[in-house]
Write a protein that binds this ligand. Structure first.
Ligand code: SF4
Length: 433
């Protein structure tokens, strides 16, 4: 039945076959495939009177959550991008508007990679018919290297005294949607509760969406009276747990920091934003962020490459936030005990072993980063990256083209570069940009 006054109802769906039998649907309802999602609202706005748009699809982020909790079967197909074929045009980002398509910096320029940890297996990215896309059926993302599966013989870790909280200790957690920021706040809340402390947790999810900004205000106090204001006031954060670098330097987050009071622990991972889907050459403003953080907290910052390390050690980037929590705890920046946090992880009941492991690796990293790095990449020598000069770049590409086709093909390329080089030299401007 259609309510009085409703002129038209448009039902947009990911799977039209669900409505193969139209029986039961009023005549006012029109059916559309989701590829028409842009066009349908344009039509509805021309309808005089009330019109209704219904979108029938389980949210992709919700599907991912259900898969994680074992309530939905794992996706049968995985999409990867072959970097040897990718030319970095950025069309996949435009087609899908998906922030799981990340930049991959290579010697041949910027390419694309799919972040399998955050991929919702929605497959919108393959719409562009790009030959770089490879679809694999029955595959699951690689877990941590076998050599990392055995817990090493690690020295006993010191147990620092938790941070003092005889008045409210304020923790601002900043991150992006879909990575478990809210879970970190909830774990801290539960740990404080288990220790009989006063606690309030205020989640600011806003228009929460995959990779959208999310923050959590956690206030913990051992005082007997309740903490009334749940929002952390300006300049009142004791700890900023920056699970995402960009959101940690947002205007709102910076306003909560104060030199002399706030300590920041920041994940160095450079997560591309929605802007990257529209601007293929978008650069992550890492230097600007570090400058802003320095102004906000002076030297009171720990930068940690949490996503890279947690992914290598635990096999999933989703372990990063628990890793950050362990790091902050070992630095004595949290006002609850490790036992209470581990119990909170257990009570949470999701990926308990993996979360405890990530927490432990965060603690170890806080104590001995070099040792953790050596364990992750034992064979990787420490190299200082120098910018390639023109000869090095040309030689690399020439060898690449020889291997790809033959020496004649490579010679064609080197001849062209040489001509440009000579022409540029004649201009006498110097430089080989
Ligand atoms: S569409 Fe994406 S994967 Fe394909 S070439 Fe362009 S950037 Fe690379």
């Amino acid at each position: 039945m259609v309510a009085e006054g409703v002129q038209r109802i448009a039902l947009v769906t990911e799977d039209l076959s669900r409505y193969a039998e139209r029986s039961g649907l009023p005549l006012a309802v029109t059916l559309h495939d989701r590829s028409q999602m842009d066009q349908v609202p344009r039509e509805l706005r021309e309808v005089k009177g009330v019109s209704v748009l219904i979108y029938d699809q389980v949210c992709a982020a919700e599907k991912r959550r259900r898969r994680k909790h074992g309530e939905l079967a794992q996706a049968a197909r995985r999409v990867v991008i072959n970097p040897a074929v990718c030319e970095g045009c950025g069309d996949c980002g435009v087609q899908s508007n998906c922030t799981s398509i990340a930049p991959l910096e290579t010697r041949l320029g910027r390419k694309r990679v799919i972040d399998q940890s955050s991929c919702n297996t929605d497959y919108s990215c393959v719409k562009g018919f790009c030959p770089s896309f490879v679809t694999i059926t029955g595959a699951t993302p690689k877990q941590a290297k076998d050599s990392l599966k055995q817990e090493p013989d690690w020295p006993e870790l010191a147990e620092p005294e938790p941070a003092i909280c005889d008045k409210p200790y304020n923790i601002l957690i900043n991150g992006i949607g879909g990575t478990g920021v809210i879970t970190i706040g909830a774990l801290l809340g539960m740990a404080a509760h288990l220790e009989g402390k006063q606690v309030s947790v205020l989640d600011m999810t806003g228009m929460s969406q995959k990779n959208g900004a999310v923050s959590s205000h956690v206030r913990i106090s051992s005082a007997s009276q309740a903490t009334h204001a749940q929002r952390i006031a300006s300049g009142e954060a004791d700890l900023v747990l920056g699970c995402d670098m960009l959101t940690s330097a947002s205007h709102d987050a910076l306003a909560k920091m104060r030199v002399g009071r706030t300590h920041a622990v920041i994940n160095l991972h450079q997560q591309a934003t929605g802007q990257f889907t529209r601007q293929p050459d978008w650069q992550f403003p890492a230097d600007d962020i570090q400058t802003l953080l320095k102004q906000a907290v002076a030297e009171n910052t720990d930068y940690v490459d949490a996503t890279r390390l947690a992914t290598a050690l635990c096999g999933d980037a989703m372990a990063s936030n628990l890793f950050m929590l362990g790091f902050a705890w070992q630095k004595a920046l949290l006002p609850v005990s490790a036992q209470a946090l581990l119990r909170a992880i257990e009570l949470n009941g999701v990926a308990v072993d993996a979360n405890c492991k990530a927490f432990m690796w965060g603690r170890r990293t806080a104590v001995d980063l070099k040792r953790v790095e050596a364990y992750v990449s034992p064979a990787r020598p420490l190299l200082f990256k120098r910018r390639e000069n023109l000869d090095e770049a040309t030689n690399y590409r020439s060898a690449f083209l020889t291997a790809y086709q033959n020496a004649a093909y490579a010679a064609q390329y080197t001849r062209l570069v040489q001509q440009v080089r000579e022409a540029e030299a004649r201009l006498g401007k110097g430089g080989e940009a």
